[in-house]
Write a protein that binds this ligand. Structure first.
Ligand code: SF4
Length: 470
């Protein structure tokens, strides 16, 4: 391995290389394989081929996509197929000896919330999961990426994965964030600048003083949306924030192992002078609260802006994309973003359902009243319990928000939690694609504080105004 001036990504990649083929494919060793209720087909493939789960001790999961957010009762899942998905992950885990935090386990939640929370996600390791937003785990300095269904079966059988080595890209965000500006605004500003395909073929390393200044929850939000910029993965160098976050977590190394882990983690950050294939820099002070107006995360703009006119798009392809997006969203060019009416609010998803997200939303909701339906869906049972211990549930309920059970919920229209056709939802999730939250649903991506502000005003609102009101 070339340790001279390596990037964080290269260090992890090189340490996990099993073999390289002449066609450029590398067989990588997988340290952790996360599974969820959508993994049923891969277990069926194993059974059809008469194979065993190669490393049950490295396989962890939880049902999240299809679980109800109304209760922990599996009979609340009306769709028989969805119910079977939630049931079989526990059956398959028991059969193969893998660890799954089931629907009634207090540790259940969205797989990308549960992994870090349990201390399973650690610096320097490789993580894969059959879900695009596996990039989330890069926040702790892991190389983590989503894989397809056939690859899930391959990892189950071999604990390895064939991959082509991505390029490297560093996105540095320098300076201090203003009050009312959060990690979600950083990543939306990045995607607005580089585009939804801006990092295609690259692993992104997020760097700079504004990134280092983020809590672990904020870093998880940023890395979560790497895929929305086209990135294969996104990661952040481990530092004291990382170590403090992991200390004492159930699956984090203990005692002497902890000391040697710390030493190994401290050697992981990219070396001074390490070369990246691409570099982008943003000024944190220039970022304001963001909201999306279209059907791609790159259709994002400062809340103080107006909806752009497709005639000003930089090229014909984007012009057509903007026109189609505005037709779907039923919005007119030139409309101020903060004049867009909102029908409902969703605070949750693997992007923004952690304790800090709920605190930020509750700080806005406290003492005020929602004028439209608003849901708060914690990312895990443990986040829910922590929020309740702090009284956040009481704040939300007093403000007229609904306090729900953990799961993916309204992030994705596959579990019964839907935005009605034609309705507009201010959502803390990561995708505003046409139909993502339900047929003909219209999604505006925002931070948790901005989502709470929208719930209170019934339109997209600059949360800084509410902060100023106290
Ligand atoms: S919360 Fe949404 S984006 Fe995250 S894993 Fe669930 S469905 Fe996917």
């Amino acid at each position: 391995m070339d340790t001279a001036r390596s990037t964080l990504f290269a260090k992890i990649w090189d340490r996990h290389k099993v073999v390289e083929r002449e066609d450029g494919q590398t067989l990588l060793y997988v340290d952790r394989h996360y599974i969820h209720d959508g993994s049923r087909r891969a277990f069926e493939v194993l059974a059809e081929k008469g194979l065993k789960l190669r490393r049950p001790d490295r396989t962890f999961g939880t049902p999240d996509h299809y679980v109800p957010s109304s209760s922990r009762d599996i009979s609340a899942i009306a769709d028989a197929e969805a119910r079977a998905m939630v049931e079989t992950i526990e059956v398959n885990a028991a059969r193969h000896g893998a660890t799954v935090f089931g629907l009634r386990d207090p540790r259940q939640g969205i797989v990308h919330v549960v992994g870090p929370e349990q201390g399973l996600t650690q610096p320097g390791i490789t993580i894969v999961c059959g879900d695009s937003h596996t990039s989330t785990h890069g926040a702790l300095g892991a190389l983590a990426f989503g894989i397809g269904a056939s690859e899930v079966a391959h990892v189950m059988a071999t604990q390895t994965l064939w991959q082509r080595r991505p390029k490297s890209m560093r996105i540095s965000v320098e300076g201090r964030l203003a009050r009312g500006v959060f990690a979600k605004d950083i990543i939306l500003a990045i995607i607005a600048q580089i585009g939804a395909a801006g990092a295609t073929g690259h692993v992104i390393e997020y760097a700079g003083s504004a990134i280092r200044g983020l809590s672990m929850e904020g870093r998880l939000t940023v890395c979560n949306m790497s895929i929305e910029a086209g990135g294969r993965a996104g990661l952040i160098a481990p530092d004291e924030t990382t170590c403090a976050y992991l200390a004492g977590r159930p699956y984090a190394p203990k005692e002497r192992d902890w000391e040697s882990a710390l030493a190994a983690w401290r050697a992981l950050p990219s070396d001074d002078g390490a070369r990246f294939d691409r570099e982008v820099t943003l000024d944190a002070a220039g970022i304001v609260p963001m909201a999306t107006w279209g059907t791609s995360p790159e259709h994002a703009a400062p809340i103080t802006d107006r909806i752009p006119d497709p005639s000003t798009a930089p090229d014909a392809q984007r012009r057509a994309g903007w026109e189609a997006a505005l037709a779907y969203m039923d919005l007119a060019p030139g409309t101020p973003l903060d004049a867009i009416p909102i029908d409902r609010v969703f605070i949750g998803s693997c992007t923004n359902s952690r304790i800090e997200d709920l605190r930020a939303a509750a700080a806005i909701a406290r003492g005020r009243k929602a004028v439209i339906p608003a849901w708060v869906v914690p990312g895990s049972g443990l986040v829910k319990a922590e929020a309740e211990a702090e009284g956040l549930d009481a704040v939300f309920k007093a403000a007229g928000f609904e306090w729900r059970e953990a799961g993916c919920s309204m992030c994705v229209g596959m579990n019964g939690d839907l935005v009605a056709p034609g309705q507009r939802c201010a959502s803390t999730s990561n995708r505003n694609f046409a139909g993502r939250q339900g047929k003909e649903a219209r999604t505006h991506l925002v931070s948790p504080a901005m989502a709470a502000a929208a719930a209170l005003s019934g339109r997209l609102t600059d949360v800084r105004r509410m902060l100023a009101e106290g």
